[in-house]
Write a protein that binds this ligand. Structure first.
Ligand code: AHR
Length: 332
């Protein structure tokens, strides 16, 4: 029985692959192939999203869906609920359906080569959005559009280093990490550690994953407040975990932003509100508005034009005063 199902699945995959390799093919992965020059409304893009773990992710999904609607390009969308196996299944399904392009934000960095090779064999260009994969073979994707996460961590660390430049006693920092193995968690931790390294008073005394969720940030912060005798600052690798930490700090009878300072990354609306209210001290922006740039990449590949292998998003930082000014016109 198992064998029959396996044979059937293999036959279906071969049929799907041959169906999509016939006719006009888009530029091959890496943009090396010829132009498909399809009318925009005939282009189909499969997007495998990470999940809905944070305010950032919700804003990112909305921006992508709105941008495709506006451009008149068909979008097939899937939510992997933060599970790599779900994302791999979604990508395989897009390959079988013969979409023209696959875009995805990899939940973790490693373990993509097999499925990306399948996309390459089917001549479907892959566009990495938001997060990178850790693969030696860069021909497996056409481009990577997203933030410089190391720089984001560095900006957070530089603010902390400056804030405590005159400290004469140890400053105890706890870190709320994003999803283990994800590019932003790895890179932000690195950038932050590098930036605070020059001041030996700055010490990360505890660091644990809150999985980029508000509930995770709250739970880990509750545990830190019990296990750590003195906490001066929280570096939350995203706003949602910082907002969860605010709940835990308040419940412990301390004042977030004063008794314990908080630095986060993202600058989504709820984070900016907490910053303007004095509960967060500094936010490094990570823009979720990648939809328009993704559409531009699709259009370029469709026209056979070259795309940059790495497209870095422009981002800024916010102090409490800057948040008050920016909030009324903030899009997300
Ligand atoms: O990959 C971007 C990160 O993922 C955002 O900083 C975080 O909020 C999200 O879940």
């Amino acid at each position: 029985m198992k064998k029959t199902v396996g044979l059937f699945a293999a036959a279906a995959l071969v049929m799907a692959l041959s169906a999509c390799s016939g006719g006009a093919t888009p530029a091959a992965s890496g943009g090396a192939g010829g132009a498909a020059n399809k009318p925009l409304d005939k282009i189909v893009v499969g997007f495998a999203q990470v999940g809905a773990e944070s305010g950032w992710r919700t804003a990112n999904t909305k921006d992508i869906q709105d941008s495709f609607k506006e451009a008149g390009i068909q979008l097939k969308f899937s939510d992997a609920q933060q599970k790599q196996e779900n994302q791999i299944s979604a990508i395989r399904s897009y390959i079988q359906q013969g979409v023209d392009y696959i875009a995805f934000s990899p939940v973790v960095q490693t373990g993509w080569d097999a499925v990306l090779n399948e996309a390459k064999a089917a001549k479907i260009p892959v566009i990495l959005t938001d997060r990178a994969v850790d693969s030696k073979d860069t021909s497996l994707y056409a481009t990577f559009l997203g933030s410089d996460f190391v720089l984001e961590g560095k900006k957070a660390g530089e603010w902390v280093a400056n804030e405590y430049k005159s400290a004469s006693a140890p400053v105890n920092i706890v870190q709320l990490e994003g999803t283990t193995g994800s590019a932003p968690a790895i890179d932000r931790a690195k950038g932050f550690a590098d930036a605070i390294a020059s001041n030996s008073n700055l010490k990360v005394v505890a660091s644990q994953t809150g999985d980029f969720t508000r509930a995770g940030g709250k739970q880990v912060m509750e545990a830190f407040l019990k296990s750590q005798p003195k906490i001066d600052l929280v570096f939350a690798q995203n706003d949602d975990m910082g907002l969860g930490a605010i709940e835990a700090i308040t419940a412990a009878g301390k004042v977030p932003g004063k008794d314990i300072k908080i630095v986060t990354v993202d600058a989504v609306h709820d984070g900016m509100q907490a910053l303007a209210d004095g509960k967060i001290n500094f936010i490094v922006e990570c823009s979720p508005l990648l939809g328009k740039q993704l559409i531009d990449i699709v259009k370029k590949l469709n026209a056979g034009e070259a795309v940059e292998k790495r497209i870095v998003t422009d981002e800024t930082t916010f102090t409490q005063d800057q948040a008050k000014t920016a909030l009324p016109t903030r899009k997300y």
